[in-house]
Design a protein around this ligand. Sequence first.
Ligand code: HEM
Length: 414
Amino acid sequence: MTPSAPMTEARAAAVGSAINALWEPGSLANPYPGYERVRALSENGVLEAQFPDWRALFLSGHAACSAVLRSPHAISGNGIQNLNGEASEGVRLLQSMMLFHNGMSHQRLRGLVSAAFTPRVVEEQRELVRSLLDSLLDDMAARGGGDIVADLSNPLPARVIMGMLGLKGDDEARFVGWTQSVADLLGGMNQSPELMGRIDADAREMRAFFQDLAEELRAHPQPGLLSAMSAAQDGGERLSGDELLSNAVLLLAAGHETTSNLIPGGLLELSRQPEAWAALVENPRRPNVADELLRVVSPVQFDGRTLGADVSVGDVTLPGGSFTQIMLGAANRDPQVFADPDRIDWERPNSGRHLAFAAGPHYCLGASLARLEISETFAAIATRFPSLRVTDSNPLFKPNPVLRGVQRLDVTVS
Ligand code: HEM
């Protein structure tokens, strides 16, 4: 990397300790001081970290993250496609997800799914989202409060994406369990044999469930994305059985876990910034709400790319062959782009520059659905429960530094 600070022993120790701290359980509740340590050691938002058996570039600067995400030389998947015989059931499920494909193969998979995921289909969800919010918030009002995760942020996005896919409501608990397995596979800290066993068992169940369903839908098409995805064609080519399965599971997991973490994450931040909460209560339909919350919460904190060739960030060259850890949560609070970055500011002129949905070819396919769900949810909560109070100010976080979110968030409402 050019230019770079010389790697003295003291610097190597400081870098090692800053990087290791990112994955410590203590950082889950508040990773931001750790990101600032990394930023302080970085040049132009880039820090090279070398350990005995691995080496990576940690990108905490917005410009560096954005340049890599948009680069045609950035390769997603970290070699997952090369694992053949040794791939577990869970990894096999990941292999056909568009998320881990590149170039033409990615374009084909994304094209086939996005043909079914149109802006009209997304906008049609607004009424469903509003009526789900009405009934979930009615239940919370009747009980004087509850756990935002169990009572609102788990069921809402799960029901929306299940409805869009055309899945039946009586399987909700099973689908939520499956999405948790996919989330654990994508970024969990605990990779114990028990957990990997549970993930593989869930992957086998998902495979059997979606294969049967796809066959049924091919024979008897129904409304919903799954039918549309199984019918979508690209130059006469359809999604194979494995591709349909993996990308349906991707939509289910991506459509659920991230939005589900954003809602309690946003409420927790707002409970710590009463001025922003008061301003939201005053005007619950501020246009910037979804983007400003996405920026401060960043439900996906890390992304990764391998560089197939050199990538330039300003006058710095990131060498081809490097693995980059893209610190989306740090980029979204980069003070060079966002003034007073920790503060929720509904009037911020550039909230929309956040990288919470990544950027470039893998830019979140569900971004407009997520924005719709987030703005409707916060408008409904601020309108119905202006005196909502978070009663546990230090909630427990899931052991997942990548897909970051609380286990539960207790609130009272009146
Ligand atoms: C991709 C974030 C909601 C579907 C991504 C990526 C991010 C992201 C960061 C890029 C991953 C990468 O570069 O490796 C989020 C956040 C959400 C959200 C923060 C909500 C707060 C949704 C929803 C759906 C969805 C609601 C669908 C129903 C997808 C899909 C991809 C994706 C299919 C893969 C795109 C590709 O590889 O081309 N999302 N997402 N996401 N997201 Fe989302």
